[in-house]
Design a protein around this ligand. Sequence first.
Ligand SMILES: Cc1cc2nc3c(=O)[nH]c(=O)nc-3n(C[C@H](O)[C@H](O)[C@H](O)COP(=O)(O)O)c2cc1C
Length: 388
Amino acid sequence: MHSVAELRLRARARLPRVVFDFIDGGAGDEAGLRRNESAFGELCLLPRVLRPCRERDLSTELLGQRYAMPFGVTPMGLCNLAWPGTDRALAWAAARAQIPYALSTMASTSIEEIARLAPEHAWFQIYLGGDPATADQLLARAEAAGIRTLVLTVDANFTARRLRDRANGFALPLRKSPRLLADLLSHPHWSWATLRAGAPNFENFRTAPGRRPSIQISAMLQSLAQAHIDWDILERMRARWKHTLIVKGVLHPEDAQRIAALGADGIVVSNHGGRQLASVPASIEALPAVREAVGPLFPLLLDSGVRSGDDIAKALAAGANFVLLGRTFLYGTGALGAERGPAVTLEILRGELDTAMAQLGASRIADLRPDLFFQPLQARAVRQGSIR
Ligand SMILES: Cc1cc2nc3c(=O)[nH]c(=O)nc-3n(C[C@H](O)[C@H](O)[C@H](O)COP(=O)(O)O)c2cc1C
């Protein structure tokens, strides 16, 4: 496997359709999902020559911590659907590679276990609202487990219209039907692995060890994910969480400016991977205006549509300080299982980024700057008046 595109194809073949579509799909007609990827594809980088960079240093600093590479794993619920053990395997691989792993509120592994596996590299993502006491308990657990970076997601206040999930009748537990049975039988490797490991669950919402999260808990999770959080809540959260606070899911420059002014430590420019609303700009398209609004020094992360080391280089050159990837990592475990998937995916991304930097004449992450972008011929010709 040499690219994320190959991993995706292999994952599509190995996972039941209901599962692959949950991971791969987006909101509505999926225009936002496609745009995330095509916007990266349309950007070209212009290599600089005669700049020897025999050694490339991929490490970078973000919010007071040094990471070996300028990217990490973005929070994703129910990762273990991609393959049993995905949460744990990704956290462990991230810690080994010295990059961050963000555990979702909706994860299928407990906060404590992930914090043990990745003591310096685990972040925790929270959906706020619904029942404040539950959110508070989660924060207290994250803090007690030693987690020091909290990601507050603010762009998932409503249940999205994901048409593939609707067509497949996606629900948890998976709804029994002849169609599901046929889907499972035609993907025996996944089905057998999942049968042996047990279906993934919302591990952080068990009322007691060994007890399955109940229906009421699912309903409560729904309300958490549909919380109407507002500026007052963000302000309270800033006062409550004494450590690093990153706000995720921002596209509008005015929102970014206000969030920064409220004291957040960083922002993830993200359209949730095109999973919430179809008619959104790609995150990479929204980034320049957000950068302009918050100034050159404010820490900005970016996710959505990043599928290669070249994309990572583009996001950094466009003004992001750090990049997060979601589906890319689930394609990896879906394709190769939890044991091999994370390491292979990381090596693909590292190798591509390293090669891109070598070609661009960039020996350090700080060398990835906006002057490396090529103006598409068409735009230049229009500006010069030769095309009208
Ligand atoms: C299967 C899946 C589950 C997700 N669950 C969460 C979640 O629990 N919390 C969250 O903030 N974002 C969640 N996201 C959104 C990601 O954090 C991220 O914004 C998105 O995946 C980035 O786009 P990409 O997949 O194209 O890299 C999820 C994404 C996927 C694909």
